[in-house]
Design a protein around this ligand. Structure first.
Ligand code: NAD
Length: 475
């Protein structure tokens, strides 16, 4: 290619990838390994510059946070792909049932072709490069559309990826909602979208027109259930960490707490101590991520103001940013909300900020009912030592993923598929589940020359009846 990818129209980039994917379907292991190696080298060489770009996007977001939440997860994902690639790429032999013997059979794992990846702004590196690396490992070509709300990191990511990969291997298309809609309308072989449930519906509709299968990694309200058997100090610290990481702008952050009635004062005290320990100050603290934009901050503030006007008790922990217009103004103080009405906007919308409503329940049945009356959440957290109570709650609720006695951590476990269910999404990636998401599992049956399948052929007669009689008893 003579033109640089940014100057090539989106459709032409797609066409080049499409043709390349059809010209080389059997993508050698060495090529896949090399693509992963280049991805790893990019992170290793340019990690600091990328983290600085993310910092510039948010105003305040520490490079250490990007190191742990974007790069550590990515490195784990890459390491897992590199380790298992050979085994996952191999044809998988399957057993052949007696009535089909002596035939043999296997599943051939092939790339799907061209995979589209649309990313959100909250973890702009992990949530674009992670799916892209998985799709590359499975032998696909990849086009990424990062968020327009993180212009610094999206532009740097595009520049670095275009220096590292051929445009028909991996390329980036930048732009806002119009570009994103056009992108989602390309006839990809698979489209992975990470973002809000509302936009996910549009993406699914655009993809359906091409019969493009999708993986939708969406959001929602993830409950955090506290059992009476809890160690409250420990739980509050882990909940505060999960809630306040990245200023609460995490898809799997605990959205609200379900607390046994009577524990409100103890929880408030424990959570306040936890916040103090993690973030002794808020405004000006380089570890405490700012809300991305003033629009996002205004939405959060209005959620809190509305619920306060409906009679909820709002507890602000620490002093948020003060300077109008400056990034520090968007460091929103951690906020606990007690007695939020069930029909408030705070309890209807995904919060996506450092505001934690605490709802009380009388018995576990109430908590289960509350969860099951709402859309299925992306994550669910449970805290306590009563394993029977934990098993009962987990077996009676359905969520995308679960961490018991901590928050967020299931996303870092590569042997667990990561994804949502219902309104929090469909499909999953990470580990072998991700590899298979971007793989055609082609069943191949190899007939034996000693096969007796002609017993099923017409003309039907006594021999057919005898064989069918035998099979009816067997099967
Ligand atoms: P968003 O849905 O507003 O935007 C995500 C991406 O979609 C952006 O790149 C945007 O340009 C693109 N987009 C906008 N309109 C589009 C259209 N019509 N067609 C196709 N694409 C379009 O989400 P966001 O605000 O960037 O991210 C926050 C949301 O993402 C939250 O709901 C959060 O829970 C969710 N999220 C989910 C996960 C997960 O893994 N499940 C991870 C991170 C964030």
């Amino acid at each position: 290619m003579t033109q640089a990818p940014p100057d090539i129209p989106m459709r032409a980039l797609f066409d080049a990838q499409y043709q390349a994917s059809r010209a080389q379907i059997d993508v050698p292991l060495a090529v896949r390994r090399d693509r992963l190696k280049r991805m790893r080298a990019l992170i290793n060489t340019h990690g600091a510059a990328l983290a600085d770009a993310v910092q510039a996007d948010f105003g305040v977001r520490s490079p250490q946070l990007t190191e742990v939440a974007d790069f550590l997860v990515l490195r784990a994902l890459l390491g897992d792909l590199e380790k298992h690639l050979a085994a996952w790429t191999k044809p998988q032999r399957v057993k052949t049932p007696l009535y089909l013997k002596p035939a043999s059979a296997y599943i051939q794992r092939q790339p799907l072709g061209v995979v589209g990846v649309i990313g959100p702004w909250n973890y702009p590196l992990q949530l674009t490069l992670g799916p892209a690396a998985t799709a590359l490992a499975a032998g696909n070509r990849v086009m990424i559309k990062p968020s327009e709300l993180t212009p610094h990191s999206s532009a740097l990511l595009a520049k670095l990826l275009h220096e590292t990969f051929e445009a028909d291997e991996l390329c980036v298309v930048q732009g806002g909602a119009d570009v994103a809609h056009e992108f989602a309308s390309l006839p990809f072989d698979h489209l992975l979208f990470t973002g809000s449930t509302a936009v996910g519906r549009k993406v699914a509709a655009a993809a359906a027109a091409n019969l493009t299968p999708t993986t939708l990694e969406l959001g929602g309200k993830s409950p955090c259930v506290i059992d009476r058997s809890v160690n409250l100090a420990d739980a509050a610290l882990k909940i505060a960490h999960g809630k306040l990481l990245n200023g609460g702008q995490t898809c799997i952050a605990p959205d609200y707490v379900l607390l046994p009635r009577g524990m409100e004062a103890a929880f408030e005290q424990a959570f306040t101590a936890a916040v103090q320990r993690l973030f002794p100050t808020i405004a000006g603290n380089p570890d405490y991520t700012a809300i991305l934009t003033e629009r996002h901050q205004a939405r959060l503030q209005s959620l809190v103001a509305d619920v306060a006007s409906q009679g909820a008790r709002v507890v602000t922990l620490g002093q948020g940013g003060q300077t109008a217009g400056a990034p520090l103004n968007r460091q929103m103080a951690p906020t606990l909300v007690f007695d939020a009405p069930a029909d408030s906007r705070l309890m209807a919308e995904e919060i996506f900020g450092p505001v934690l409503p605490v709802l009380v329940y009388d018995g576990m049945d109430d908590a289960v009912q509350y969860i099951n009356e709402r859309p299925r959440p992306l994550a669910l957290y449970w805290f306590g030592t009563d394993h029977i109570a934990c098993d009962r709650l987990l077996s009676r609720t359905v969520s995308g993923g679960v961490t018991v006695n901590d928050t967020l951590m299931h996303i870092a476990h590569e042997n667990l598929p990561f994804g949502g269910v219902g309104e929090s999404g469909w499909g999953a990636y990470h580990g072998e589940a991700g590899f298979l998401r971007f793989t055609q599992q082609k069943p191949v049956m190899v007939q034996s020359r000693f096969a007796i399948s002609d017993v099923f052929y017409p003309p039907y007669g006594a021999k057919f009846d005898r064989v069918m009689g035998l099979l009816k008893r067997w099967l």
